[in-house]
Structure formats: structure tokens, C-alpha cells
Design a protein. Structure first.
Length: 267
């Protein structure tokens, strides 16, 4: 067996330096002088290509500022400080404001919008990233809180939404009565016992419950009268099979089982 090694002549990364000089002429007794491009705001600065690159590395590839500066030094041999990266990110955010406003308005006007929230770490502290999305648009914002306070904040879409909100059944979502609500099948499927073991909803019944309706469609439109009847039969049978709520010591309501909580969600 004979091996052959190929050598690819790849272009070397380089920075292109552009010098702008303003010309001046006198015509008809008036002095005419040129203008700098709108993105030129200092005597010496990095151009839009560099700012776009560091923004992409930070936003799309989640690179820390120090790593971006180190990579820039390795590739181009020029030192880039973190303040330059931060300024580029701030400029990018301001330039994207009109696009963000259009996305927010499109999500608010949609017939069906999906909402969710997930935890993340920011500056060593727990924060919550909230999402609103359709097939065409997605908007994210980060807030210190998970529930109603975040959903009523200025960054939220839900507080102004009047269509059908699909979500993970967190109680805070139901505080927004101006919207219609629907439970997310993907979250429900994660809670259902799909191995068929134990009482209540399980096995093929569970697969029927989460598989009978097209994504985003309510049960009444998704599976017809036969499917609705089968759905109610499964829930009634599970109601009988699920263990009774556990009595509490002293006063107070009996503690509901996870299965009964799920049944309430499915109903």
C-alpha cells in the first residue's frame, strides 16, 4: 500500500490596513471637502470586519473575551484588548435593536408562541434565560428571576401576548389571563412513564397521549372525536389506578402524588 501526502496551500490570515485621506477642492468660489465613511470615528481604529469577527466569536461561539484577544494575537500578530471587544459587542447590540423590535412584534402577533425558561450561570450567579419562539422567530432574555417577575418585566413578550401560549405548565404562566394556554407535549413526554411500569399513565397509552396530536395543534383539532374519546378513557383509567394522595400529619390537604399532578396537567 502506497500512501501519498497532500499539502494544501492555505491563505495566511492577515489584517488589511486602509488609510482614508480627505480631498479638498475649490469650485465656483466654494471649498468642497470629502467626508469619512460613517464607521470611521477615530484617528486609528479596527474596521467593521474585525468588529464583526469578534462579535461572532463571542455571540455564536461563546468564547470568553480573553480567549478572543489571544486568538486574534495568534492569527494576526496584533494585540487586541478586551475593551475593544466589549465596545464592538455594544455597537452590535445597538445596531440590532430595530431587528429585535421586529422580532418582538412578530412574536406578540403570532397565533401560537412557545415559551420556556432554563437556568444558566452569569458572573458566577444563577440566572434564568427566558425564550419566546415560533418556527420563524426566537427571542431570548436573561433575568435574575424565573417566574412572574421576569415574565412581567420590560423584556418579556408574554405580558403583551394574546394568542395561545405553549409552555411547561409552570404556574406563573397562567397568571397572564389575556392569553390562551396549552401544555407543551415535549415537557409532558419527559414526565410520562414511558416504560409501561407502575400504575397510572404508562406504556402505549402514554405514547398515544403525546403522539396523537400534531405539534402546536390543540387536541380538539388534532385527532378527531375518536381520539378525544380514547384520550378521556386513558385519563379515567389512570385516575382509578393512580395511588390516592398521601395523608399529612396534622391539618392541611393530603399531598398529591406526581402521577395525580400529571393527570391534572393532561386534563
Amino acid at each position: 500500500m502506497v500512501g501519498r501526502r497532500q499539502v494544501f496551500d492555505l491563505p495566511e490570515p492577515r489584517l488589511e490596513v486602509t488609510e482614508h485621506q480627505l480631498g479638498q477642492i475649490e469650485c465656483c468660489g466654494r471649498v468642497q471637502r470629502g467626508e469619512y465613511p460613517p464607521y470611521v470615528t477615530a484617528n486609528v481604529q479596527y474596521g467593521p470586519g474585525v468588529r464583526a469577527l469578534v462579535t461572532k466569536l463571542s455571540v455564536n461561539h461563546k468564547m470568553p473575551l480573553e480567549q478572543i484577544c489571544c486568538l486574534f494575537q495568534d492569527l494576526f500578530g496584533y494585540e487586541l484588548n478586551t475593551e475593544t471587544v466589549e465596545q464592538a459587542l455594544e455597537e452590535g447590540y445597538e445596531l440590532a435593536a430595530p431587528v429585535e423590535a421586529e422580532i418582538r412584534e412578530a412574536l406578540k402577533q403570532a397565533d401560537v408562541t412557545h415559551f420556556d425558561e432554563t437556568g444558566l450561570r452569569a458572573a458566577g450567579k444563577l440566572r434564568w434565560m427566558h425564550t419566546a419562539s415560533t418556527a420563524e422567530y426566537t427571542r431570548l432574555f436573561v433575568h435574575p428571576k424565573r417566574g412572574e417577575e421576569a415574565l412581567r418585566s420590560a423584556a418579556s413578550v408574554l405580558k403583551d401576548f394574546t394568542g395561545r401560549a405553549i409552555h411547561d405548565h409552570m404556574s406563573a404562566y397562567y397568571k397572564f389571563s389575556q392569553a390562551k394556554h396549552g401544555a407543551c407535549n415535549a415537557h409532558t413526554a419527559g414526565t410520562l412513564r414511558l416504560d409501561g411500569a407502575g400504575p397510572g399513565v404508562g406504556g402505549s397509552d402514554a405514547r398515544f397521549l403525546v403522539g396523537t396530536v400534531p405539534p402546536g395543534a390543540p387536541l380538539t383539532r388534532g385527532c378527531g372525536s375518536g381520539g378525544q374519546k380514547r384520550y378521556r378513557q386513558i385519563l379515567s383509567q389512570a385516575e382509578m389506578e393512580e395511588p390516592s394522595p398521601e395523608p399529612r400529619a396534622g391539618r392541611g390537604r393530603p399531598k398529591s402524588t406526581p402521577g395525580r399532578n400529571l393527570l391534572r396537567r393532561l386534563r
